[in-house]
Ligand binder design. Sequence first.
Ligand code: GUN
Length: 290
Amino acid sequence: MTTHSSSAQILDGKALSVQVLDELQATVSARIAAGKSQPGLATVLVGDDPASHIYVRNKRRACKKVGVASFHHELPAETGQRRLLELIEKLNQDPKVHGILIQLPLPKGFDYDENEVLSTIHADKDADGFHPFNQGALLQGREAPIPCTPKGVMRLLDLAKLDLSGLHAVVVGRSNIVGKPVALLLLARNMTVTICHSRTKDLAAEVRRADVVVAAVGISELVQGDWIKPGAVVLDVGINRNAEGKLVGDVDFHAACQNAAWITPVPGGVGPMTIGMLLQNTVEAASLKD
Ligand code: GUN
């Protein structure tokens, strides 16, 4: 068997996110120098999911780096929906808070209704772009906060400098947070978009037709390297631990590198971009106020 040296170029999300945060820091300094308010992001963490704690800690660190005020609230899992909605109402009214983020998932086995919680956030303060009003705006192609991970995927895709119009994108995964919104963003670039999911009959055949692959299913290395069309761009949203405890994406990275022209690594690809886009949504929300 011959071994091929990998040919794909890396879409470096870590480097791009540093650049995004640097630019935001300059924007925030300029706002403050001009006598405008400091942008503020409220993070709300319900329960004790360890991964969620790490994600929120990283989001708060990024706030500090950029000069965005961070207001953090932790509630025990048994707090219940009524108290959570009261807190959201308080944050809706607080002029220092420009963005509100409720870390998902909410604890299972309690009375939380995720849709109701997300609808309670004022649409103007929806740093995640999860409010139904903002999701509807995305569907209709109107200006609104865009969910952070899909927005980060598009920024990375832009690094490949492809003329996307008429090309075929395959999105693997249909979540409200990633799969559906990223499909809409690709469609808005005039791509032909296929959304695949757990009931798709022949996933390999669908992916083989893709000029752009977005993998967002949360299954370790589900997408095989030989499914990737030569020259395709591969964006891997997955963050999974494999059987050996190693962090891997939804794509078999090393095998995919043989065929892809551009690919995001895990870690260091889409993940860091999500935080950059969250801060961008927060700073943009503040700039709409003054
Ligand atoms: N859980 C996993 N991803 C996200 C995200 O982008 N935002 C929030 N709020 N929760 C998440």
